[in-house]
Design a protein. Sequence first.
Length: 215
Amino acid sequence: MLLEPPRGREQQRLRALLTKPPTEAARGLLGQILVAGRGRQALAVRIVETEAYLGQSDPAAHVFHGRTPRTDPLWGPPGTIYVYFVYGMHYCLNLTADRPGVPGCVLIRAAEPLPQTPLPRLSCRGPGRLCRTLGIDTRLSGSNLFASDASLTLRAGPAPMEVGVSPRVGIRLAAEEPLRFFDPESPAVSSPRFSLARGRRAAPAPRRRTPRDGS
């Protein structure tokens, strides 16, 4: 059942995705399913927009100036959740990615509710709105997507037919790096759906297995 935590080969594939460098993980997370809550109260949304943050070599990353109590979760194993509060009003969800001990991460910028989830179509458009809709705040920081008692987990979903690529949104440092990835066909994408290379979309993404393919 989709609203349950992943098991078997499905969990192995998702864990393997998050051990890749943040750029690869950010692209690969498009189409995967975030599940918030457990049982009948769970909400499932398909990830449609991400940004990669490359760790201590990335001037835009929170860890660029070193390790702090707030950023400590980023040094956790892949799949560790890092949530921060910004502008005094919004929470932002990040998932650690890269080898254990390397503080890379992926910001989840937007998602679209699955048809069986009772949420408005654009309720997860943008990182702040996504966290507000799914009830995500800093209490989740440091927990792991794959823990047996996880209240936020990840399931496999179908990759988009195409992947758009652009610079990250709303940052001043390393602002031109092509580290934002999105599904150009999704209305839930939070910023303009243009790619680099004169607005052309990126090449089609490879098909990914879903829970129906077996686990």
